[in-house]
Design a protein around this ligand. Structure first.
Ligand code: TYM
Length: 343
């Protein structure tokens, strides 16, 4: 058995099936996935157990959302022949690894996770609800995420900035396993960010599925234009004839950056000379986004008309992922000296 053999760069990442994806997912993570699937062995997971950590009451909605995410991924070009695309709960070995990792993870590590504290605060209206929300499963969120990554011995994890603390956690867990059992088995996974690691929504807060501030990949052109219209611009610019300040423009200006130097240079010149007003500037941005998303939306519609195909793609990926996670689990058990109990 190869308990110390290094695996070549392995990519692992995931998304929660809590609704359709938005351009924050795309520019914050998926563009790196598209790049990595060409170069490395890549595992992309629809993490339905993670969705349950906060949406346990809406469990019945999760399977539909799994399908929505699969459609979004396939529409942007995630290729099930290149990458392994699968559903977390179809790989029960991840749950077993999560259990094993939970045994070696000190309680105070999970309790001090900043991202979880933010999650509970945002989801709960008051103290009582916060207590209700903070379940045992939610507390274990970063341990489960570590198991997701380590089950595939992932070394590079393309994610947005909000996942940074979870990745630090996963590294600590990998290191702790290696130290306790005297091996160099699990790689310490590093995050990989895009040029847009945190995209703001139209209200200036982080773009999020549940905040009503997002532009979804699958929105209609009209929806996109309507949402962009609401985007917060330069709050100090009162009249159309006032010169604008791109450095004070909260949403459109950072969004323009995604689309390259040429357009940003033009916007800067026109905005700061009062050549263009915020209303027109936002309409133009909406047009650019719609143009970019056009082919993705078209592909998505075609795929949505063929539910069997999506199901087959996931079944294919689930089997591949399961074979790999099985291998890791049995190696981890062997390292722990537990393998005999499995027979
Ligand atoms: P989730 O489902 O919230 O988001 C999926 C990915 O999209 C990125 N993202 C953004 N990036 C930039 N700007 C935004 N506004 C924005 N919104 C979302 C997220 O950073 C993420 O990369 N805990 C993870 C899911 C997970 C996971 C894993 C990720 C579970 N297991 C293993 C990697 C590896 C999450 O909740 O992502």
């Amino acid at each position: 058995m190869t308990t110390t053999a290094k695996v070549a760069t392995r990519i692992m990442s995931g998304m929660r099936p809590t609704g359709r994806l938005h351009i924050g997912h795309y520019f914050g993570a998926l563009i790196n996935w598209l790049d990595f699937q060409e170069k490395y062995d890549s595992y992309f997971s629809i993490v339905d157990w993670h969705a349950l950590t906060t949406k346990y009451q809406a469990s019945r909605e999760i399977p539909d959302n799994v399908r929505e995410i699969a459609l979004d991924w396939l529409a942007v070009g995630i290729d099930p022949e290149r990458a392994t695309v699968y559903v977390q709960s179809a790989v029960p070995e991840i749950a077993e690894l999560h259990l094993l990792l939970s045994m070696i993870t000190p309680q105070n590590w999970v309790e001090r996770e900043p991202t979880l504290k933010d999650m509970v605060r945002m989801l709960a209206a008051d103290e009582k609800e916060a207590r209700d929300r903070a379940t045992y499963g939610l507390l274990g969120y970063p341990v489960l995420m570590s198991a997701d990554i380590l089950a595939f011995r992932g070394s590079l994890v393309p994610v947005g900035k909000d996942q940074q603390s979870h990745l630090e956690f996963a590294r600590d867990v990998a290191r702790r396993f290696n130290t306790i059992y005297g091996v160099d088995y699990f790689p310490e996974p590093q995050p990989k960010f895009t040029a847009t690691p945190l995209l703001k929504g139209v209200d200036g807060q982080k773009m999020g599925k549940s905040y009503g501030n997002d532009i979804k990949l699958a929105d209609t052109e009209e929806d996109t234009l309507k949402k962009i219209k609401q985007a917060v611009t330069d709050r100090t610019r009162i009249a159309r004839s006032d010169p604008g300040h791109t450095d004070l423009c909260e949403v459109p200006w950072p969004m323009y950056q995604i689309f390259g130097k040429e357009i940003t240079a033009r916007v800067k010149e026109e905005c700061e000379s009062a050549g263009i007003g915020c209303v027109d500037c936002k309409a133009r941005l909406g047009g650019i986004i719609n143009e970019f998303l056009g082919p993705i939306r078209e592909r998505r519609q075609k795929l949505a008309a063929d539910p069997d195909k999506v199901r087959q793609i996931l079944e294919y990926g689930n089997a591949k992922a399961r074979a790999e996670a099985k291998k890791t689990l049995s190696e981890a058990l062997e390292i722990m000296g537990m393998i005999r109990w499995r027979y």
